[in-house]
Design a protein around this ligand. Structure first.
Ligand SMILES: C[S@@+](CC[C@H](N)C(=O)[O-])C[C@H]1O[C@@H](n2cnc3c(N)ncnc32)[C@H](O)[C@@H]1O
Length: 546
């Protein structure tokens, strides 16, 4: 077994004994944000520190973990004479002292109880050597505040008799005026702000969500917290104790000896194995505060309340994580109408709405991009006719297109009756005519149907989009061999016919009809290929930042 792995296991066993055995009860931990950093990320963060400050960094720099808990983050460091560890709870200090007696590489005099958000840096609690460093501008430049700060905010507390924590601290009172109380409600922000103001010139090496870079709530914070980003990485939040959800947590080395405003940070991205022993670098991700206008603003440019709707779009917020809640329907529920979440799709804006849906469906959400926002695109999309057609065809066959012909006229059948051998005439030929370039509009908002060039041409269908149409046509043809087929059925209706619903009314995921299953598989695979063709344009035209 590798030496590192062995050390790791011994520590995990030790940690379980002391930290999870209920020394500090769970509800108290939640209130104080007392959750430990996985050893895999502790190790990696120390590698990043060594890469930033050189192999001898521990000889040259002082390290202070000022929210050390039981000292987990300091595990693996070698020069105990330059390490300081303080934390809120005396019980945790006692555990650290006990660990020292059991061989932990820390100095008993350098481990102390200290409330970083309330206590005075020059109080007797603070070891003399550390006071000397704090007071000296030059020595502060050699000080690294190395932390995984607590994550808690009063909004999630103060309930059920629990005290509110974050907005009671001296640091909150001192800085909420300049930084804004919304950002300062988060304990981790308070650690950042006090370090910046009272330990100027030092380095902050910290774990945190990237929201201090990306969130608009942190605008004032960014104007005041001037720092230079040196190095850092992102890993999965769910690997951290007690954290659920698919989003990134970053480790950032920030020089506070700087006057520039943090706008963009590019982090190396790491994945991990299940046992949390190995990590793999999988790419880079830029987190940015330079957020342009949102896709919602763009959507407003093609609203059409004057023409006859052919369907309705359910519209949601701009973030990646809300993509599953945007879809097309023939009959929007009253609840959506009441909340103003319904937009008409008409002959004048069907192309733009298809682009809107396609760009939001072809890029898969994952833990790295989950919080990314869709933006107001550049004008380039408007000239790309092939992109328009690809998005339209993608949308016609996508599962978020829930248009139905059951109780409404279905304007969305992409084929003629002849092509699919329907038993009756369709109630609407809108979509097959539209695809054949036979429907015109004088609405200047829609370049697709109003441009002179397009008026006289058929829509150009790429090979990849044609493969989707072909696979879809086969599916429709098979459906129309059924004795009870509804001539006006939509793709959604066809799926419902073959897949059926469970007792709760939810559509089943599969069908026992083997022919249908095969045809559906072909359609899905052709659609995936088309999505891959659209994806690069999502970035090129600025619907998403790289
Ligand atoms: C996320 S845990 C990190 C623990 C450990 N350093 C690690 O990385 O595994 C944050 C720690 O900060 C402590 N803490 C909370 N508020 C504090 C404060 N005002 N001053 C000092 N420590 C505090 C908590 O008790 C908790 O142990």
């Amino acid at each position: 077994m590798l030496e590192e792995e062995l050390k790791n296991r011994i520590w995990q066993r030790y940690f379980k004994k002391y930290d999870c055995a209920g020394i500090v009860p769970q509800d108290v931990r939640e209130r104080k944000g007392a959750f430990y950093t996985p050893q895999i990320w502790v190790e990696l963060s120390q590698k990043y520190l060594a890469n930033t400050f050189g192999v001898n960094w521990q000889e040259e720099y002082y390290i202070w973990d000022c929210c050390a808990g039981t000292g987990n983050l300091l595990n693996g460091l070698s020069n105990k004479y330059k390490i300081f560890a303080s934390t809120l709870d005396q019980q945790d200090v006692d555990v650290m002292r006990d660990r020292i007696r059991n061989g932990a590489n820390l100095l008993e005099n350098h481990v102390f109880q200290f409330d970083f958000l309330n206590d005075d840096f020059f109080s007797e609690k603070v070891p003399e050597k550390l006071r000397e460093i704090i007071a000296d501008e030059k020595l502060r430049q050699k000080l690294i505040i190395y932390i995984n700060p607590p994550y808690s905010e009063p909004s999630s507390y103060g309930k059920g008799g629990k005290p509110q924590v974050a907005n009671l601290t001296k640091t909150f009172k001192r800085f909420s005026g300049t930084i804004g109380s919304e950002a300062m409600q988060e304990l981790f922000t308070q650690f950042f702000v006090r370090t910046f103001n009272d330990l100027s010139g030092s380095t902050l090496a910290t774990f945190s969500k990237p929201k201090f870079i990306t969130s608009q709530k942190y605008d004032k914070f960014r104007q005041n917290f001037k720092a230079k980003f040196l190095k850092g990485f992102a890993c999965k939040a769910e690997t951290f104790d007690n954290v659920d959800g698919k989003f990134p947590i970053g480790f950032y080395i920030l020089s506070l000896n700087n006057t520039s405003v943090l706008k963009k940070i590019a982090l190396d991205v790491y994945d991990n194995d299940k046992a949390l022993i190995k990590y793999t670098k999988i790419g880079k991700k830029t987190f940015s505060s330079v957020i342009g206008k949102s896709i919602g603003e763009w959507r407003k440019t093609f609203y059409d309340i004057d023409s006859e709707p052919i369907g309705y779009a359910i519209i949601v917020g701009p973030s990646m994580q809300s993509n599953n809640n945007t879809f097309f329907t023939s009959a929007p529920a009253l609840s959506y109408q009441k909340k103003g979440m319904v937009a008409n799709i008409t002959a004048n804006n069907v192309v733009e709405f298809s682009i809107y849906l396609a760009v939001r469906q072809c890029v898969e959400a994952n833990w790295i991009n989950d919080k990314d926002n869709y933006l107001y695109p550049s004008n380039k999309w408007a000239k790309d006719k092939e992109f328009h057609t690809n998005c339209l065809i993608y949308t016609l066959f996508h599962s978020q297109n829930r248009i139905s012909g059951n109780n409404n006229i279905n304007h969305w059948i992409p084929f003629t009756e002849y092509e699919v051998d329907a038993k009756e005439e369709f109630a609407s030929h809108f979509m097959s005519n539209f695809l054949a370039g036979k429907i015109k509009s004088d609405n200047p908002k829609t370049l697709f149907v109003s441009s002179e060039q397009h008026r006289n041409t058929e829509i150009v269908v790429t090979h990849t989009a044609q493969a989707v149409l072909n696979a879809g046509r086969e599916l429709w043809r098979y459906y129309h061999t059924m004795a009870d087929a509804n001539p006006n059925a939509s793709l959604y209706d066809i799926k419902e016919y073959f897949q059926g619903r469970d007792k709760n009314g939810k559509m089943n995921a599969s069908s026992s009809d083997q022919v249908y299953t095969k045809l559906m598989e072909s359609l899905k695979s052709a659609l995936w290929n088309l999505g891959e063709l659209i994806k690069p344009k999502v970035y090129e035209y600025g619907f998403l930042d790289e």
